[in-house]
Design a protein around this ligand. Structure first.
Ligand code: C5P
Length: 321
């Protein structure tokens, strides 16, 4: 399987709820930065994690992919042989890119196949929502409006435009609950925020497929808190704007910063400039929207061609590496 990172083109955060979550309205986009997840039958459930930030990911029952496996099994009485989940991380951990949710989504789609369970992506997303707010989106991919905790999704009816993103990875992590808590603090209380609302300017820009307008309309209510907790991100955002980004934003709860470029060439040039300016740990370019968690290979079947040598094979360019 491969499973995409997500970014939020808008993240409007409302008041906190009785269950501790915040009602929100967000515009998700999946981007072409993927974790690879392999699921195979085993004697008992197990998980291994390798690659980017692997040491920070639990390799036991707390792992989101294994929790998703358990949730799916609980929803399917009498079905669900044990599995081994091997995760190769390319999406940085605790970076505001929902990498853990991506792995959970991949595990759900894989087990649905392996167990011949026949659930729809909507049903898998519903089961995944108990594991993480972004899992349902990672199953779906594309560009979608999320409401509730982010798990109630409506696919955005927008033309087939490609957006060229630069992701600047920070030297450090931010805890999502801590960034939400800081947001409440900066607002002077958890319950005082106005209701979250969809930004019609952003949606019009997406409908027009116009990256200049999309760049101007990017917004994130978690950004002030992320900047307060990780002040050097300001420099990263300023540098990207100076180098001509159409828009600059903290991704989700951070600390990854994202920048929109007009073309793949401009994105590469921006990535090189950001890397040279020393305002982040490393950079990657990525294209959005990308598909959701996707089966690449199944024993006994032809490979689906998505991982053949070619531009897709190596994932995003990484001039900073
Ligand atoms: O659902 P997920 O595990 O991704 O959420 C992580 C944490 O982020 C939650 O425990 C909560 O503190 C915060 N959160 C929130 N409101 C949301 C989504 C997440 O407060 N809509």
């Amino acid at each position: 399987m491969r499973a995409p990172a997500k970014i939020n083109l808008q993240l409007s955060v409302g008041p906190s709820r009785a269950d501790g979550y915040h009602d929100l309205v967000t515009v998700f986009q999946a981007v072409s930065l993927f974790d690879e997840v392999t699921v195979t039958p085993a004697d008992q459930d197990a998980v291994t994690v390798t690659g980017e930030g692997a040491g920070d990911v639990p390799a036991d029952g707390d792992n989101l992919a294994l929790r998703a496996v358990a949730a799916l099994r609980a929803a399917l009485p009498g079905v669900g042989e044990p599995v081994r989940v091997a995760i190769r991380k390319r999406i940085p951990v605790a970076a505001g890119l929902a990498g853990g949710s991506a792995d959970a989504a991949a595990a759900l789609v894989a087990c649905n196949e392996l167990w011949d369970a026949g659930l729809t992506h909507e049903q898998l997303g519903e089961i995944g929502s108990d594991v993480g707010s972004d899992v349902a989106f990672a199953v779906l991919g594309g560009t979608s409006v999320g409401r509730g905790r982010g798990e109630l999704l409506t696919q955005a009816l927008v033309p087939n435009a490609q957006y060229h993103w630069v992701l600047a990875f920070a030297d450090g992590q931010l805890s999502t609950p801590a960034v939400y808590a800081k947001t409440d603090e900066l607002r002077g209380g958890a319950a005082t925020a106005p209701a979250a609302e969809l930004d019609t300017t952003l949606m019009a820009a997406l409908r027009a497929g116009d990256p200049v307008r999309v760049g101007k309309a990017l917004s994130n209510d978690l950004q002030p808190a992320a900047l307060a907790m990780f002040p050097t991100l300001r420099k990263t955002l300023d540098a990207g704007r100076e180098f001509g980004a159409l828009g600059a934003l903290v991704s989700g709860s951070g600390p990854t910063c994202l920048f929109l470029a007009r073309s793949s060439e401009r994105a590469l040039a921006l990535a090189v400039s950001l890397s040279g300016a020393g305002v982040c740990r490393s950079v990657a370019t990525a294209i959005g929207p990308a598909p959701g968690a996707m089966l690449l290979d199944r024993p006994g079947h032809d490979r689906l061609g998505l991982d053949k040598p070619g531009p897709d094979r190596s994932g995003p360019d990484r001039p900073g590496r």
